[in-house]
Design a binder for this molecule. Structure first.
Ligand code: AMP
Length: 171
């Protein structure tokens, strides 16, 4: 399956100069979507995770079916204020300001092997913060996988864990 042909390019979104890789068209095509999930599952299977972590929100789309395919549970890593109950937070710097990610307290046992999944890695800021949050709660982050890596931004090198991707595009 040629996954690339199902990813739509939207120039100047969300701001001028950004070429947005839109997975809506991939999700919309039954065969392409199934192939993408199979590809992502294949990328992470040999890491033998206990849990698959998805980053809000497009990361959830991939993490959920991959966790079912691998027979693991799934963990939601969310933006601040979305998770009920006791949470663990991690703040990280953005180009302008900062942001915070949260995970529910007590759902990831210390020492659990966790694999992180998101749709796309650009600078790697969000994914790196997620790795740090998971490590903070005692998880062993086995690796991170993305459908798309934007090359040349140094995102993968910044992660501190092994990174795998299905597709690579120029930034
Ligand atoms: P970053 O923290 O810089 O790696 O940004 C990662 C997040 O921003 C990913 O979860 C993507 O969903 C989104 N993103 C950044 N750049 C793009 C792009 N060119 N096309 C689509 N999504 C993007």
């Amino acid at each position: 399956m040629d996954l690339d042909s199902h990813i739509r390019r939207i120039p100047d979104f969300p701001k001028p100069g950004i070429l947005f890789y839109d997975i809506s068209t991939l999700l919309h095509n039954a065969a392409a979507w199934a192939a993408a999930v199979e590809r992502m599952s294949g990328l992470v299977a040999d890491w033998k995770p206990d849990l698959v972590a998805g980053i809000e929100s497009r990361g959830f789309l991939f993490a959920a079916p991959v966790s079912i395919a691998l027979g693991t549970g799934m963990v939601m890593v969310r933006k601040v204020g979305k998770l009920p109950g006791t949470v663990v937070s991690h703040s990280y710097d953005l180009e302008y300001g900062s942001d915070t990610l949260q995970v529910s307290d007590g759902l990831v046992p210390r020492g659990a092997r966790v694999v992180l999944i998101d749709d796309l890695i650009a600078t790697g800021g969000t994914a790196r913060a997620t790795v740090q949050l998971l490590q903070k709660i005692g998880a062993e982050v086995a690796g991170a996988a993305f459908l798309i890596e934007l090359d040349g931004l140094g995102g993968a090198a910044r992660m501190g864990v092994e990174v795998r991707r299905a597709l690579t595009y120029p930034a």
